[in-house]
Design a protein around this ligand. Structure first.
Ligand SMILES: Cc1cc2nc3c(=O)[nH]c(=O)nc-3n(C[C@H](O)[C@H](O)[C@H](O)COP(=O)(O)OP(=O)(O)OC[C@H]3O[C@@H](n4cnc5c(N)ncnc54)[C@H](O)[C@@H]3O)c2cc1C
Length: 95
């Protein structure tokens, strides 16, 4: 879980720095990197949140604990701002 979160964090920051530099140099941002980062980070968030619920057991599904909300938010992130599947199809055509 820790490795997944750190890998996602490192990837998204690297893409942000790269695309920021592209914009500074008046070049178009690399959208395939942005999409790859969005898909990877949201899938990692969902997997890690699911693993956290497993650790909490039944309590993880109760509204008493924040993990239930984190899990729902992580699942929504795979749909909002573009469904991961359709984003990936668009990005793949750029690779
Ligand atoms: C928490 C949340 C916040 C949101 N906030 C906003 C907002 O602020 N502003 C706004 O405008 N919208 C917002 N939305 C809407 C969001 O942008 C849409 O839900 C999203 O674009 C997907 O559209 P859809 O729900 O119609 O699903 P659809 O596009 O109908 O997709 C349904 C299913 O079909 C699959 N699918 C669709 N096309 C393909 C394809 N070509 N190949 C393979 N599979 C495919 C998808 O993977 C998915 O499983 C939000 C959604 C959520 C969940």
């Amino acid at each position: 879980m820790f490795a997944g979160v750190e890998a996602a964090r490192a990837f998204s920051r690297q893409v942000m720095v790269y695309n920021f530099q592209q914009i500074v140099e008046a070049k178009p941002p690399a959208l395939e990197y942005s999409v790859a980062s969005k898909v990877f980070c949201t899938e990692t968030a969902f997997r890690v949140a699911s693993q956290a619920i497993q650790i909490f057991g039944g309590n993880g599904l109760s509204r008493e604990y924040a993990i239930e909300k984190i899990f729902r938010d992580a699942r929504a992130s795979m749909i909002q701002d573009g469904i991961n599947e359709t984003l990936a199809i668009g990005a793949a055509s750029r690779l």
